[in-house]
Design a protein around this ligand. Sequence first.
Ligand code: ATP
Ligand code: MG
Length: 552
Amino acid sequence: MAGDFIADVVRQDIASGQTRVQTRFPPEPNGYLHIGHAKAIVTDFSIAEQFDGVCNLRFDDTNPDTEDVEYVESIIDDIRWLGFSPNQVFYASDYFEDLYTWAESLIERGLAYVDDQDQETISGQRGGYGQEGVESPHRNRTPEENLDLFRRMRAGEFADGERVLRAKIDMQADNMQLRDPVMYRIRRGHHHRTHDTWLIYPTYDWAHGQSDALEGVTHSMCTLEFVTHRPLYDWYLEHLDLPREKPQQLEFARLELTHTVTSKRKLRQLIDDGVVDGWDDPRMPTLQGLRRRGYPAAAIRSFCTHIGVTKTNARHSIEELESFVRVELNRVAQRRMAVLRPVKLVIDNWPAGQTEWFEIANNPENPDDGTRQVPFSGELWIEREDFAAVPPPKFFRLYPGNEVRLRGAYLVTATSAVEDANGDIVEVRATYDPASRGGNSPDGRKVKSTMHWVSADHAIDAEVRLYEHLFAAEAPGQATGDPLDDLAPASVETLVAKVEPALAAGESGVGPGQVVQFERIGYFAADRDVPLLFHRTVGLRDEWAALQKRAA
Ligand code: ATP
Ligand code: MG
């Protein structure tokens, strides 16, 4: 569904004679990609694919102060991980000379001028909607004078901020973007690709459409905040000698998610303030973070396709994205048993010292995933919350006198519990029915609960991190303007869990980054680097379905 109205436009263009389709994904390499960028990527690539066109990656690297190769590399890696291959990789900085030449051609035709005023004065004179713009005293310099000054800007004769080049359009335009926008600023920053070659840098607006034109982009998709820039995009292109047909800018709504921010600037602040560990913290909505958390690329792609492109901004529920993650993981994730908050279960009638190995399916949804051997013995770990000394109403799990199934193993009945001095339960005692091997009821008697377990002798300790929303508010920043005011007080809980041997790292266990389902608990991703560290990807409950039911 991605590209609905955009696809319609492209289809019409083809019907009226357009012979080829070319798109681009144009990130600025000043941070890591986030879930919002995934939507742009899916849109740009799927439109190209749908019309047998090509989609390139173009780094919009026009700002030396904030950009870095670290970001270039991570962006290339993230796009590949997401499942897309750009036809070619371009850099706006490769066009600096072309852009410069074009700028001189505007100056020569009296369509651009050098302004000696500072940024603040220029903004003030531009005014606002309904206000008159004030022309710069330098607006009517001759082309000769402008050319001379512009060349001296390039040559480094002026300090940063001392001069700018502006397009001479219309200081009374209703659209503020057309009130003589800045095309070049003087910057002595070090650029990650052109190094110290340039002292003047093009603005986004001056670089973007021209880069599109140089590459032969036909449809240039961007987000809605650029709607007001479109007349300027068109103005520049209409006043230049283009090598090919003029590209067309099309805008779609940004993707926003509840409890999430999608702004590189704000995400960077989370890192700088020490709220998260880095761009790849599993709570971050960056592709690196989501990936470390265990989100499959396929789930992100399906979600972006499902929500489609629209022309109105809307915040989607994070639970809807999670439901795509759950659907995908249910299909691919192997099952394992892990006890997050353990209490000991001692089976009094178990033959002393005996271990029995059960063959348990890795994924009931997919027989090809095979089975694994799971050890069972007379001392097991079970979840603390699966036992109640005095059961509340409708509690069907373990309590004295009640029988439950231990998944794939035996039926057991609790007999008593041992408490410590504080009254906390430290051990549950039980008996098992030897006739229930494999967890089957020997005489058809009903047990209402099946519980997971881990043999105490064979258990491995693993660190498990449970994540909650980073932001407590659905729309972070709505009340105060700063999303960071809405940070949740705690968004990660770390536990030491008891897990079955098949969760060990390595050959017979799980690989780095692999996601498994901890039975009855949720999906967990093995950390890419640290063995025996698991990140909760999502829980098992479909909260999106619950939300929709409540809304209906
Ligand atoms: P940020 O505000 O996070 O810095 P940006 O728009 O400045 O984002 P760019 O690197 O310029 O980041 O974005 C590259 C492309 O991704 C642009 O076409 C932009 O419109 C698109 N994009 C960025 N954020 C979103 C979003 N939340 N939803 C959809 N597309 C997005
Ligand atoms: Mg941007």
